[in-house]
Design a binder for this molecule. Structure first.
Ligand SMILES: Nc1ncnc2c1ncn2[C@@H]1O[C@H](COP(=O)(O)OP(=O)(O)OP(=O)(O)O)[C@@H](O)[C@H]1O
Ligand SMILES: [Mg+2]
Length: 317
């Protein structure tokens, strides 16, 4: 089988995830190469240990870079700390005013609080970067390469976490609003209220996008090995709880050769797991990709992988 439906014009966001080392980055790039043939495509890495540049053999960073040899494809590696520092700079006055009006903190306390790293903030900033790109609308497809399972799940859960923070901030503001309106008789919304409302709208937009079957798809990548399959089952269960749709799965590193005793043993060893994949993911479009004789690096092997994923080559050829 081949990956299906990615060329649907409505589908904007395609996220690749799975256990460490199973081929997420390779498959994300290969799919981005396929999309770039017909769509203006942005390939985004949210993995703090970025590997797009190594795999594509050209420098990429936290800025859009055209991929040489792949017209229509641009890539970016998100650096969450940088995204956070840009965000803080852009909203420092609202953030300071929020703490100033809602707490007893002095300026030093507020500055210290704002320099703290909050759990989950990296994923929130990564997702905010993605949604900002999508809303700018300069590309037609956005392909996301994630770090291993836990990170991808935190990424998906990040709007909920941001929503919880907004609720706490809104509660803090409520007391301030109450005091002002008691003394002044009325309360006029200020830039902090507008800022919180803006964040709330961002959360809603991300949640709507993630749960929209037509606009967003998650593609898990696994290999025919016990732990990778177990982790994919867990990943898909957690995605379902978050309302994110997945209906196809890549099974990478399938041994096809029988040229040596080693190959025959690996192939026989994989067989029960290939059957298990069929059993535990019923109804899924399962795309098998053979184990290549070399690592997947550079456009030549990436294009070969693309041909397997989009079935310009059959798996046993
Ligand atoms: N089908 C394949 N045949 C041979 N080598 C492969 C295949 N798929 C991936 N590889 C190689 O396996 C290694 C891991 O692949 P990749 O970086 O795509 O995985 P990943 O899931 O993104 O890893 P990480 O979790 O570290 O981000 C790389 O060296 C890649 O070249
Ligand atoms: Mg990777």
């Amino acid at each position: 089988m081949a990956l299906e439906g990615l060329d649907n014009d409505k589908l904007k966001l395609i996220i690749f995830g799975g256990k460490g080392g199973v081929g997420k980055t390779s498959c994300a790039i290969a799919s981005a190469l396929a999309m770039a043939e017909n769509y203006k495509t942005l390939l985004i890495s949210t993995d703090p240990a970025h590997s797009l540049a190594d795999c594509l053999e050209q420098p990429i960073g936290f800025h859009e870079v055209l991929i040489v040899g792949a017209p229509g494809l641009t890539a970016i590696e998100v650096v969450a700390e940088e995204a956070l520092s840009v965000f803080k700079k852009a909203h420092s006055s609202e953030l300071k005013k929020l703490f100033d009006t809602s707490t007893n903190f002095d300026t030093d306390d507020i500055n210290e609080l704002m320099s703290l790293s909050l759990p989950g903030i990296d994923e929130i900033m990564s997702f905010k970067t993605i949604i900002d790109f999508i809303e700018e609308g300069r590309y037609e497809k956005y392909i996301v390469d994630t770090a291993p399972t836990g990170h991808a799940l935190r990424l998906i859960a990040s709007p909920k976490l941001l929503d919880q923070w907004i609720k706490v901030a809104a509660r803090m503001r409520w007391k301030y609003r109450y005091i002002i309106s008691s003394f002044a008789g009325s309360y006029t919304e200020d830039e902090v209220d507008a800022f919180l409302l803006g964040l709330k709208k961002t959360v809603k937009r991300i949640e709507n996008l993630l749960s929209n079957k037509e606009r967003c798809e998650f593609i898990p990548v696994c290999i025919p090995e016990s732990m990778a399959i177990t982790e994919s089952v867990r990943l898909l269960a957690d995605l379902k709880t978050s309302g994110v749709i997945a209906h196809q799965l890549i099974v990478n590193n399938v041994m096809t050769s029988e040229d040596s005793d080693f190959c025959r043993k690996r192939k026989a060893g994989q067989l029960p797991y290939l059957l298990q994949v069929k059993e535990v993911f019923p109804g899924f479009n399962k795309v098998e990709v053979p184990m290549f004789p070399t690592e997947i690096k550079g456009l030549e092997t990436l294009n070969q992988l693309k041909n397997y994923l989009f079935k310009k080559i059959a798996v046993n050829s």
